[in-house]
Design a protein around this ligand. Structure first.
Ligand code: HEM
Length: 357
């Protein structure tokens, strides 16, 4: 939380505020990706790639390589005949040659950090890498895979969610107004000014914002499809047989838009569908949790997302801080096109103009 707040107030917001002063158009998707990349690297490695600071060239190279590796490896699923990418890989040409180069950049970056951390074992950092190094006998390769998985899990997901959230919000001024009301009420009760950072507890109390973000996630899930491989012959709860080695894919994007799941207004952006009266009474309205098998945006069951709470905290922090101080106006002429990497991104980014409130 502290890392996310520092990155937000010292880097992300100043970029937006300068753009507001200069009336400059920004790509909000790119900015959010840089923000979450810096954040997750600090949390995972205690390393600051500085993608939002100065020119941050070394961090940007790593970020570009990471993005390319994610897009190219998810592209493998699109081959009608997977043998084709295997041949390309064997001969090391085309997209497979590019993929190998970007993977090498990512591995080198992670390996350098792990090696230097092994050397200074005595120095205990409060990051994920130290926790994994401290409790097990993982090999350096295992550690590299764990940490790169965390970066993948924590980077594109929150940035994708927030990019689509700001896009959908731009056509729902009534929702934006209610978020502002909630934020103002909280500020009044805490006596804090707009310049001050929200506490964890204040963010937790933003139920309307929580509902609005959940509604954005329903319509634009960052992981729109998820595939699992079956290890041995099995039968689904409804009796469907699944053979060893088969793939099972569920489509979160489609499920979020199905009338049979969400009712007649499933196509509408309506945060109110998430709200209910608190059991504690007193007329308090809260955001209700949803069954993960109806809303599998964070997956369900034993392998559910471990970063869900962290993701909501970060997304609420960014959304509340931006909405409270700035008006974000989308300048795109047509609706954004989807591009499917491992997460759902906008093909040409999200061009916005910002104004001070
Ligand atoms: C809006 C934001 C996020 C969404 C929608 C999301 C979604 C998901 C999904 C769908 C999975 C299951 C993937 C699979 O098994 O196929 C997953 C797993 C995971 N997520 Fe997230 N995630 C988000 C943010 C984060 C953040 C910020 C972190 C923190 C670093 C994180 C850490 C993880 C981890 C470690 C797993 C693997 C859990 C396991 O396999 O046991 N996620 N997430």
């Amino acid at each position: 939380m502290e890392t996310a707040a520092v990155e937000l107030h010292t880097r992300f917001m100043p970029v937006l505020q300068t753009a507001a002063d200069l009336n400059k158009i920004l790509d909000l998707q790119d900015l959010l990706e840089r923000y979450s990349f810096d954040n997750i690297c600090k949390v995972a490695f205690n390393f600051d790639p500085g993608c939002l600071a100065g020119d941050g060239t070394s961090g940007s190279d790593f970020m570009k390589a990471f993005e390319e590796a994610a897009t190219l490896s998810s592209g493998r699923f699109m081959y009608a005949f997977p043998i084709l990418f295997k041949i390309k890989k064997l001969l090391n040409f085309g997209s497979e040659s590019k993929l190998q180069k970007s993977i090498a950049t990512v591995h080198k970056f992670a390996d350098d950090i792990i090696k230097s951390r092994i050397k200074e074992r005595a120095k205990q950092e409060e990051d994920l890498l130290s926790r994994f190094m401290g409790i097990s006998e993982y090999s350096p390769e295992n550690l590299r895979d764990i940490v790169t998985s965390f970066i993948l899990a924590g980077r594109d997901t929150t940035s994708s969610a927030l990019t689509w959230f700001f896009w959908i919000l731009s056509s729902h001024p009534e929702v934006e107004r209610k978020i502002l009301e909630e934020v103002k009420t909280l500020r009044l009760s805490s006596g804090k000014s707009r310049r001050e950072c929200y506490s964890f507890d204040e963010l937790r109390r933003m139920h309307y914002l929580h509902a609005a973000i959940s509604e954005g996630l329903r319509l634009y899930p960052p992981v729109p499809v998820d595939t699992k491989a079956c290890l041995k012959n099995d039968v689904m709860p409804d009796g469907t047989f699944v053979g060893e080695g088969w793939f099972v894919t569920y489509h979160t994007y489609a499920m979020g838009r199905m009338e049979s799941v969400w009712g007649k207004d499933c196509g509408e952006f309506r945060p109110e569908r998430w709200l209910e009266m608190a059991e504690t009474g007193g007329g308090t309205v809260v955001c209700r949790p949803e069954n993960p098998f109806k809303f599998p945006v964070f997956h369900g069951g034993p392998r559910m997302c471990l970063g869900k709470e962290m993701a909501y905290t970060q997304m609420k922090l960014v959304a509340a801080t931006v909405i409270e101080t700035l008006v974000v106006e989308v300048v795109a002429e047509k609706p954004p096109e989807h591009v499917l990497s491992l997460t759902m991104r906008m093909k040409d980014g999200l061009k916005v103009r910002v104004r001070k409130r």
